[in-house]
Design a binder for this molecule. Structure first.
Ligand SMILES: [Zn+2]
Length: 220
């Protein structure tokens, strides 16, 4: 299913040409839900909603995607395990220091822990993470590779496609075409992560100290 793990508004479902069969299988939730006295956006978690002139309210935080109002239904699509038919085709060699860093990340991922990999630009962070992504793909789980910048998404997508041959991959950013495959590898801008829910076995977040993470609670 091309939209596995996604949560989409009705308008987005139409734009993505989601089939009626898939739509019927999706879990439907109200886009804004009351939690105690507070209303909460079910896509991004925002609690500071704004009133609409005509009544009801909307979420200002994730309004850059399709707007969520009191009347919006979110369609959540399951992300069942998927057998990885691809391979890690990258043939490069890591330095001993990179291997050491990679072992640390592998151990964290195996234990289900977050891991901050701190390295300067050009240190080969991406290559260090190839084996980590492969380990998760082998388990039948999907991998997200997020970065704040669209140009990095565009640059990374072909690199990953060549490093993971035979792996269905999509690139997601504002204005990108909707997924045309059931992607196991999703390269995306950070905001696009809001369109996914419980979709990934691993989320790699590039430039975690860069704009817009620290200033943006929903991306924290
Ligand atoms: Zn929101």
């Amino acid at each position: 299913m091309n939209w596995a793990g996604m949560q989409l508004t009705e308008k987005e479902c139409r734009a993505a040409a989601v089939s009626s069969v898939s739509l019927a299988q999706a879990t439907q939730v109200a886009g804004l839900q009351q939690n105690g006295r507070r209303w909460v956006c079910q896509r991004c978690g925002e609690r500071q909603l704004r009133a609409l002139p005509a009544g009801g309210q909307y979420c200002p935080s994730c309004v850059g995607l399709d707007r969520i109002t009191s009347g919006t239904t979110l369609y959540r699509f399951a992300a069942p395990p998927i057998t990885w038919q691809g391979q890690m085709s990258w043939q490069g060699v890591l330095t001993p220091a990179q291997q050491e860093a990679q072992r640390g990340v592998l151990a964290s991922v195996a234990a289900g822990r977050d891991h901050l990999l701190h390295a300067v630009t050009g240190a080969g962070k991406t290559e260090m993470l190839f084996a980590v992504a492969a380990a998760v793909l082998r388990q039948g789980r999907r991998v997200a590779w997020a970065t704040p910048r669209v140009d990095v998404v565009r640059e990374l997508a072909p690199r990953l496609a060549s490093a993971f041959q035979g792996t269905p991959l999509v690139a997601r950013y504002g204005g990108a075409p909707w997924p045309s495959v059931d992607a196991q590898l999703v390269v995306l801008t950070t905001h696009q992560l809001l369109r996914y829910r419980q979709a990934f076995g691993l989320i790699i977040v590039d430039e975690v100290d860069a704009f817009p993470y620290p200033q943006t609670p929903m991306l924290a």
